[in-house]
Design a protein around this ligand. Structure first.
Ligand code: 1GP
Length: 228
């Protein structure tokens, strides 16, 4: 059983983007703790299945971040379900999950599912626009979300998502201060060892996405950063 509590570093691959076999091998054999498969648009059964089968050649855990019903399929090691708590559209809180359970509940192994208390903070990102997220949050807002996720929802994970831009470390710290057993996942704009290190000092798990496609060497530098 794969458990998010063991992950410090994750690469997120977008099924809608091209990656060569050589680069995929470097990513999967980098020493990262898991590969997330997920993206915001142009996600199809074919491109998710293709990516899963290519990642499957390597012993690294392969995890689907389930953001659309179209990409729901068996065969992944684990499933992360984002619940975008600062979205104004209830579909992104629980609507997609509700529909998934309606269609596939009879064949779902719920031990393989982890709900992410997801907060989207980069207004320019596709995910913010798609989910109509309220991104202009204060330190107090993010702290209250963290408290809600830890104390009331009692979720295993909170995900701070700055997709496409490097986030405000003070916001991440404000969330972390409220978390005890909930694990804090951070993603967004990590494109160097220094940034990986800085966010790893605060978050429990860092997620690295876009730089895989723009600078593979820099992406590999984000793995196994030591903590000071
Ligand atoms: C995106 O959080 C991940 O969902 C990673 O963000 O693509 O900016 O690295 P980047």
């Amino acid at each position: 059983m794969y458990e998010v509590k063991d992950w410090q570093h994750v690469f997120k691959l977008d099924p809608a983007k091209e990656i060569s076999d050589a680069h995929l091998e470097l990513i999967c054999e980098s020493g990262t703790d898991a590969i997330f498969v997920g993206g915001s648009d142009n996600i199809t059964v074919d491109n998710v299945l293709d990516l899963m089968s290519r990642v499957r050649r390597y012993p690294v855990p392969c995890i689907l971040e389930l953001s659309t019903l179209e990409s729901a399929m068996p065969g992944f090691d684990h499933y992360m379900i984002p619940s975008v708590l600062n979205s104004s559209n209830v579909a992104y809180h629980n609507g997609i999950l509700h529909e998934a359970i309606k269609q596939f509940g009879h064949m779902m192994d719920y031990d393989l599912f982890t709900l992410e208390g997801y907060i989207v903070l980069n207004q320019e990102s596709k995910v913010a626009q798609l989910t109509k997220a309220k991104t202009d949050l204060s330190i107090e807002d993010i702290a209250a979300y963290a408290e809600m996720i830890e104390e009331v929802y009692k979720l295993k994970t909170m995900y701070i998502e700055y997709s496409g831009t490097y986030g405000d470390v003070e916001m991440v710290k404000a969330a972390k201060r409220k978390l005890k057993s909930t694990r804090l996942i951070y993603g967004g704009g990590i494109d160097s060892r220094a940034r990986a290190q800085e966010m790893r000092e605060v978050a429990d798990t860092i997620v690295v996405g876009n730089v895989i496609y723009t600078d593979i060497e820099a992406a590999l530098q984000t793995v196994k950063v030591g903590l000071s």
